[in-house]
Design a binder for this molecule. Structure first.
Ligand code: XUL
Ligand code: CO
Length: 439
């Protein structure tokens, strides 16, 4: 811990139960509580992000940052960066969060050259390592920031400039090595500026091929350094570019399949990215699960009335319930977790707001987990869906599924039968009411 605490008035946040009126307590997140045979801690695998929580000044296009962060001297010195790491671990310890995530450039400043930048990163990574050992908090995933620096103006792996591709490769190589050194459970590729704004200046086919080659190089490097963390691709449809190549889960899966990379990547699904793509998060999760590719979740939420990536802390219990229903159905996380890729509002500028925000997100997900577990134990929802598809379990349905039918046999079957068996109601409102019963 830093010699002087950054959050001196914040205790370790206790679980006090649903009746607690203490805003610095959990009312639902009780890490040791067993839900469906497993402690909540292991179901939820919460993670704090370094970028929003410790580097976001809370500016918007119309105004400067408002965040008060008294521990940060505002400089890009290594000392400030190292101290910030200690503050981050103080907060995570007080919240009882088991994981964190970072971009290389969140934690350490860039230097004049790549060599100097790598040296800066090493100096800060030494403190990350120390703090991990001191607290037992682990790295959920690391990543490289390939979108802030102006050199990436045209993209990184999809830049028109081959030198930029080379720089990005060197940067990812280092970020992967650092993640490996910190025993990270995963490594994420979010396509930042991998996309385009105008086709008038873009060779899309060439850019896509370059991206495929880049990811293949990452797979090769992973093997060569013996890093066995999970690779994730994080879909997002827009912001910063108009057309992102990794726009949604289906697009990412298709890209990976086309480039022979599907065995090496899973998806990191972010709620607000799903909604920007015109989907809801459960659709994106279901798409990933159907391809056996759900890896991790960037847990946040958007605003229904705003069309941009507001990255709000997830407090909507209907949504956290939907997410946890999918996570439970998929058998839970293995390497992934619920990573709060979320920032406090510009108006919530005090340090204590960081604490309230994480408590709110953790409690909303703990409650979502309990509701989802109760819905599963009740079984009515699952039974309904099972029954809805029962015509596939025997007879003609089973023949189709097992590949024993063809157009000829189906034609004979239907000519003999004359008309289909009557359809049954989908009962959507009845089912929505069951969800409400548990919330
Ligand atoms: C951007 C975003 C990123 C990734 C990591 O919208 O979600 O922070 O999670 O680069
Ligand atoms: Co994210």
């Amino acid at each position: 811990m830093p010699s002087k605490e950054a959050f001196p008035d914040i205790p370790k946040i206790p679980y006090e139960g649903p009746d607690s009126k203490n805003p610095l307590s959990f009312r639902h997140y009780n890490p040791d509580e067993i839900v469906l045979g497993k402690p909540m801690r292991d179901h939820l695998r919460f993670s704090v992000v370094f970028w929003h929580t410790f580097r976001n000044p809370l500016g918007d296009p119309f105004g400067v940052g408002t965040a008060l962060r008294p521990w940060d001297d505002g400089s890009s010195s290594i000392e400030n960066a190292r101290n910030r790491v200690r503050v981050a671990f103080e907060l995570m310890e007080k919240l009882g969060v088991p994981f964190y995530a970072f971009h290389d450039r969140d934690v350490a400043p860039e230097g004049e050259t790549l060599r100097e930048t790598n040296g800066n990163l090493d100096e800060v990574v030494a403190v990350l390592k120390e703090e991990q050992q001191r607290t037992g908090i682990r790295l959920l995933w690391g990543t490289a920031c390939l979108f802030v620096n102006p050199r990436f103006v045209h993209g990184a792996a999809t830049s028109c400039n081959a030198d930029v591709f080379a720089y990005a490769a060197a940067q990812v190589k280092k970020a992967m090595e650092v993640t490996h050194e910190l025993d990270g459970a995963g490594y994420t590729f979010w396509g930042g500026r991998e996309g385009y704004t105008s086709l008038l200046n873009t060779n899309m086919k060439r850019e896509l091929e370059h991206l495929g080659r880049f990811l293949q190089m990452a797979v090769d490097h992973k093997k060569s350094i013996g890093f066995d963390g999970q690779f994730y691709i994080e879909p997002k449809p827009k912001e910063p570019t108009k057309h992102q190549y990794d726009s949604d889960a289906a697009a990412c899966l298709n890209f990976l399949r086309e480039h022979g990379l599907l065995d090496h990547f899973k998806l990191n699904i972010e709620t607000n990215h799903a909604t920007l793509a015109g989907h809801n998060v459960e659709h994106e999760l279901e798409t990933a699960i159907a391809a056996d590719a759900l890896g991790s979740i960037d847990a946040n939420m958007g605003d229904e009335l705003l069309g941009w990536d507001t990255d709000q802390f997830p407090t909507n219990i209907y949504q956290t319930t939907q997410v946890m229903l999918r996570v439970l159905a998929a058998g839970g996380f293995t390497t992934g977790g619920l990573n709060f890729d979320a920032k406090v509002r510009r108006e919530s500028f005090e340090p204590i707001d960081l604490v309230y925000a994480h408590i709110a997100g953790m409690d909303a997900f703990a409650r979502g987990l309990k509701v989802a577990a109760a819905i599963r134990e009740d079984g009515r929802l699952r039974e309904f869906v099972k029954e809805r598809y029962s015509s596939w379990d025997s007879g003609i349905g089973a023949q189709i599924e097992s590949g024993k039918a063809d157009f000829g046999s189906l034609n004979r079957y239907m000519l003999e039968k004359g008309e289909v068996a009557p359809n049954r109601s989908g009962r959507q409102e009845y089912l929505e009411n069951i969800i409400n019963e548990f919330i």
